[in-house]
Design a binder for this molecule. Structure first.
Ligand code: ATP
Length: 255
């Protein structure tokens, strides 16, 4: 194939391909991957200004290649998941909105060759995402993270578990982050878990709750004999409580 003339506003194209999308095999798209962006251009004529989408790899949480369970179809699929800041309504503030790009690769008759091509793309997108999001890490990718996600089903109006089912589980899967879900059963449950956890098994603890559960996690870690090392374990908080003051401040200051 011969890539189209690279758009001068973007960095050089690293990968180029022409694919259809999962739901419509008639319309073809030119897909270009640069060091910092995924550029998707519709090849079939379309209303002016709506034929090109530029997605920043800084907003990409994950990318994967897969085949569907249809032996008659040799195609492979490439899915990339983005959460760019967008305005939902003209008058509203910006918030992160989910954008999924899913392409169908069926250039060859051999299903394995199509899958290999999709995997090559997925690896290339993930590597560039890592470089954009963690510029200091050189070419080395961070190893996959083993996460314990603690959810307090009682926090706030009792919506934390629903939030996990509707958003968080999907986002972690899209990001390729294996996680163990722990639903706290009572007051001080999280604190006891942190006192006893084998920290060699975990890379991070994330709390989906209000301030109270994080308070328990921190206290549990500080009550361990190895507290000085334990308290360095990365902690995260996703707002699932009523006030969420701590989550709001941390996310505000971290941008
Ligand atoms: N299954 C459970 N049943 C009852 N209480 C629980 C359970 N799991 C955790 N808890 C306790 O609930 C307390 C309050 O939780 P959390 O801070 O998450 O919610 P919240 O008070 O509604 O939120 P916010 O702090 O934002 O107002 C925690 O200190 C924790 O000990």
């Amino acid at each position: 194939f011969s890539p189209p003339t690279p758009p001068c506003l973007h960095s050089p194209t690293c990968l180029y391909g022409e694919f259809t999308v999962a739901g419509n095999r008639k319309v073809r798209y030119a897909v270009s991957l640069t060091e910092s962006e995924l550029i998707v251009q519709r090849l079939t004529s379309t209303p002016v200004g709506r034929n090109k989408v530029v997605l920043s790899l800084e907003d990409c949480v994950g990318c994967r290649a897969y085949r569907q369970h249809d032996n008659a179809d040799p195609a492979a699929y490439l899915a990339a998941y983005f959460y760019p800041l967008r305005r939902r309504w003209v008058s509203s503030g910006v918030s992160r909105q989910r954008v999924e790009q899913c392409f169908r690769l069926a250039g060859l008759q051999d299903p394995r060759a199509n899958l290999e091509e999709a995997e090559k793309w997925a690896r290339a997108v993930r590597e560039r995402c890592a470089r954009q999001q963690h510029p200091g890490d050189g070419d080395e990718l961070p190893r996959s993270c083993r996460l314990m996600l603690l959810v307090n089903p009682q926090s706030g109006k009792g919506q934390a578990l629903a939030l996990y089912n509707s958003h968080i589980q999907r986002m972690l899967n899209e990001a390729g982050i294996p996680h163990t879900l722990v639903i706290t059963e009572r007051q001080n449950h999280a604190r006891e878990l942190m006192r006893e956890a084998d920290l060699s098994q975990w890379d991070a603890f994330v709390i989906l709750s209000g301030d109270g559960l994080l308070w328990e996690v921190i206290n549990g870690l500080l009550e361990r004999p190895d507290w000085e090392k334990a308290i360095r374990t990365p902690l995260g908080i996703l707002p699932g409580g009523s006030g969420n003051a701590l989550a709001a401040s941390i996310h505000h200051y971290s941008g």
